[in-house]
Write a protein that binds this ligand. Structure first.
Ligand code: ARG
Length: 461
């Protein structure tokens, strides 16, 4: 038969394929709570402005609460024929309260309704991302405090570069995740305008109060242009781009955990809680959580590219293409929250292996720069000349299978006569790290200061 919702103009019902491609109820049921909150605010406003009676509004409100409890209780019968969450809720409301249900959609369209629901859902996810990131930053700061003195190799090109401290490395990620957090907060602030009341696209002739519904639903203001309100999904794109950058950071730290937990590195031991075994190889401790967190960036960035591509070239105002916004965002948000929680757990639990870190830091001539700096400072050499002298000493050490501190003073002096025994003081990895006191540098002193700054900032939130 004809569709019950717009049967007035239609003699025949939709083809099964039409119904299949059109329906979004399979996924937009996740917007049920937002849909009902939006409808309750709308109905209250319609009554306050005299557009519907207080009695109808009261029936609508009670009915919507019943629908919500049915959905939350799992007893609600979702119908594909009813296309989406908006129609499913309204249809059930009519079953429950009769004709008054038909007044709810006054001065409203599914176009502003879905823009509202989805915006509120994404807003919640932005908040959840901020919360998840805060917990992750706290875990990193905890590692930095405990490991401010642990010396490890710092890399460029994954080749030994200079000694750094574990705490410094942890706080590098804290900085990145704090910027991610700020991006989610910025996106949230920008998206916090209420599209409800834009109606189909042009606004409405009914004397609605958009400021009232905006305030009731926690928005800063109603959106200023009805066409824009129902046409754009940049709030979702901003969420996805923030999520993509964050997922990229998560992928990088995951990659480090995968490398560091290998038998070849042994920099860190992941806890049993965040490792898996192998069904065949008894010795295995696999970093599956880190690998999966490393991989989530694929679907998250994929979602961003997907929605950007859906939105490009769409004429104003609403087009059904925009129904394709939700699954991508749902999946990206689910993936991100899971990845954040997994990373927080891994970071909290992991145990840096101090002896292995130190031994690795001391290999690969990691204090060559310190020797060059010593020649500049103590012997007045131009840095370029010092670089050349040290290069020769590294070659000598390498050719004889030794590290720099194992060269004799005579060998050192063979490369440059101004070298004295004092040079050996700067060749240990501890001395190297401790000397890097410049603001933002890796010395334990600076790391402790930064960790304290983080603690203060986190406590003040
Ligand atoms: N299910 C639709 C969506 O997700 C709701 C809006 C439908 N609007 C319309 N004019 N058909 O976008």
């Amino acid at each position: 038969g004809a569709n019950t919702m717009w049967g007035g103009r239609f003699a025949a019902g939709p083809d099964a394929i039409m119904e299949a491609i059109n329906a979004s109820i399979g996924f937009d049921r996740r917007l049920a709570a937002q849909d009902i909150a939006g409808s309750r605010a709308h109905a209250a406003m319609l009554a306050d402005t005299g557009i519907i009676t207080a009695d109808d509004a009261a029936q609508i409100d009670a009915g919507l609460l019943t629908v919500l409890s049915e959905i939350e209780g799992g007893t609600f019968a979702f119908s594909t024929a009813l296309e989406d969450i908006h129609m499913n809720v309204e249809s059930r409301l009519r079953e429950l309260i009769g004709d008054a249900a038909g007044r709810l959609h006054t001065a409203r369209s599914r176009n502003d309704q879905v823009a509202l629901d989805f915006r509120m859902w994404v807003r919640d996810q932005a908040d959840a991302a901020v919360t998840g990131l805060t917990a992750l930053i706290e875990a990193l700061v905890g590692q930095a405090e405990a490991g401010a003195d642990l010396v490890m190799p710092g890399f460029t090109h994954l080749q030994t570069a200079q000694p750094v401290t574990w705490g410094h490395h942890m706080l590098a990620y804290a900085e990145m995740f704090a910027r991610d957090r700020a991006r989610f907060a910025d996106a949230r602030a920008r998206m916090n305008e209420c599209p409800l009341g834009a109606a189909a696209l042009a606004g409405t002739g009914f004397p609605i109060d958009r400021h009232a519904t905006a305030a009731a639903l926690g928005f800063d203001r109603p959106s200023a242009n009805s066409l824009d309100a129902v046409s754009d999904r940049d709030f979702a794109l901003e969420f996805l781009s923030s999520a993509s950058i964050c997922a990229t950071h998560l992928s990088r730290i995951s990659e480090e955990l995968v490398i560091w937990s290998s038998a070849q590195f042994r920099f860190v031991r992941l806890s049993d809680r965040f490792s898996t075994g192998s069904s065949i190889m008894p010795q295995k401790r696999n970093p599956d959580a880190a690998e999966l967190t490393r991989a989530k960036v694929g679907r998250i960035t994929g979602a961003m590219v997907s929605l950007l591509t859906v939105m490009k070239g769409l004429p104003l105002a609403y087009s059904k293409d925009m129904q394709e916004d939700k699954e991508q965002v749902f999946d990206a948000a689910d993936s991100l929250m899971l990845a954040l929680a997994a990373m927080e757990g891994m970071v909290r639990d992991m145990a840096p292996q101090a002896d292995n870190l130190r031994a690795a830091a001391a290999s690969g001539f990691s204090t060559a720069t310190d020797l060059a700096d010593w020649l500049v400072r103590e012997a007045g050499l131009p840095f370029r000349d010092a670089h050349h002298v040290v290069g020769a000493l590294v070659k000598l050490a390498e050719d004889s299978g030794r590290d720099l501190p194992e060269l004799t003073l005579e060998e050192m002096q063979g490369a440059h006569p101004a070298i004295t025994a004092g040079v050996f003081d700067v060749l240990t990895v501890e001395a190297s790290a401790a000397s890097r006191l410049s603001y933002g540098g890796t010395s334990p002193t600076r790391v402790r200061e930064q960790a304290a700054r983080w603690r203060e900032a986190l406590a003040a939130e």
